[in-house]
Design a protein around this ligand. Structure first.
Ligand SMILES: NC(=O)c1ccc[n+]([C@@H]2O[C@H](COP(=O)([O-])OP(=O)(O)OC[C@H]3O[C@@H](n4cnc5c(N)ncnc54)[C@H](OP(=O)(O)O)[C@@H]3O)[C@@H](O)[C@H]2O)c1
Length: 330
């Protein structure tokens, strides 16, 4: 099967102080049938993430491990889709693939494009499950922090795409207590009632140090930080001996004021990391098994309405209105 027209969402202007829907423009284009060595993909799902806001700036942080978005072009974004037609030896019509050509409903890709990978549809319950952010959560929580039995684990930004998976990984690995911070009462209920966190608090409700001290009276063994600022300061003050801190993101945009004494006196390891948007087979294997065993939820907000719903959804996500990974059904 092939098609002749496609739609893409382009970055029309740099947002500056506030992202608005009109920073994007929906454009209809022509798309040819695959030439020799090419294959045509219909995108079924794409992922939205807060880092996209930074990538829209003319000069995003120079050390971000992703390329900035170009004006007048559809931004890159992780997506999964189905091969509709192929003249490549690598892919056949019907293959489920993952790639970085979100923000468009179809893409014509070349055989040598290493960013496109074939997915095994039997590994996870649905194609959208492959757009989880668990590879990042797994690397921080398991590979670097080694969270496991007996640990008190604190995840800041616990209802984000990454945090909501990180906390569940710690629980499935037998952590003694998993605590999350988030931005509303609804989200607290979600963490405790549906994701199996032992406790959660709203970071707007008074000093974080006081809330965390109540919930982690024996200290924090593992801290998975998505927020930085005050939440990092509180976690470090409450670090248990030989605590492991992994720094994933800084949603607050504020650097912590560091009192290093607890880090020195309690042998705390503080480790930052970045992980590209790639699937990690070890994570995917655990994710699939834990889902089948009914021990894990894939926390997600599904945006309906295709590409035209994307700008509004990104604004809503930045304003804290989504839970878990934000997925757009294309
Ligand atoms: N190191 C890596 O390799 C890597 C990879 C991917 C992502 N990350 C980082 O991981 C973090 C989570 O990413 P994500 O894509 O999972 O995020 P996301 O799901 O898009 O998170 C959006 C949520 O962040 C929260 N938030 C916004 N501003 C906040 C603030 N000032 N303080 C605390 N929370 C705030 C809001 O929830 P509330 O209601 O809780 O406020 C909002 O709903 C980000 O910092 C991202 O940059 C790192």
């Amino acid at each position: 099967m092939t098609i002749t027209h496609a739609t893409e969402l382009r970055l029309a202007a740099r947002p500056g102080a506030e992202l608005r829907k009109d920073h994007f423009e929906l454009v209809h284009t022509e798309i040819g049938p695959p030439g020799e060595g090419e294959f045509l993909v219909r995108n079924d799902w794409m992922l939205l993430s807060v880092v996209m806001r930074d990538l829209m700036e003319a000069e995003p942080h120079p050390e971000l491990p992703m390329s900035a978005y170009e004006l007048g072009r559809p931004p890159w974004a992780p997506a999964v889709g189905t091969v509709l037609a192929s003249r490549s030896a690598r892919f056949r019509a019907g293959d489920l693939v993952q790639h970085v050509y979100g923000f468009r409903d179809h893409v014509l890709a070349a055989e040598g494009d290493a960013s496109v990978t074939r997915l095994d549809p039997g590994l996870l319950p649905g194609p959208e499950y492959h757009l989880n952010q668990g590879a990042t959560a797994w690397r921080g929580m398991v590979t670097l922090a080694g969270a496991g039995p007996g640990d008190t684990v604190f995840v800041s930004g616990a209802t984000t795409g990454v945090g909501s998976v990180a906390g569940q990984i710690a629980r499935c690995r037998g952590a003694a207590r998993v605590i999350g911070s988030t931005g509303s009462k609804d989200k607290i209920d979600y963490l405790v009632g549906e994701l199996g966190f032992d406790a959660a608090f709203d970071y707007h409700d008074g000093p974080v140090a006081a809330r965390l001290a109540e919930l982690a009276p024996d200290g924090v063994d593992v801290f998975f930080d998505n927020v930085a600022g005050e939440q990092f300061e509180a976690a470090l003050a409450l670090a248990a001996p030989e605590a492991r801190f992994v720094l994933c993101g800084s949603l607050s945009g504020r650097n912590p004021v560091l009192d290093l004494e607890p880090a020195v006196l309690r042998d705390v390891t503080i480790r930052g990391f970045t992980t590209p948007y790639e699937n990690d087979p070890a994570w995917t294997e655990h994710f699939g098994r834990w889902l089948r065993e009914g021990r894990f939820v894939f926390p997600r907000t599904v945006v309906e309405g295709g590409l035209s719903a994307v700008p509004g959804a990104l604004v809503a996500q930045l304003n804290g209105r989504h839970r878990g990974t934000t997925l757009v059904r294309l």
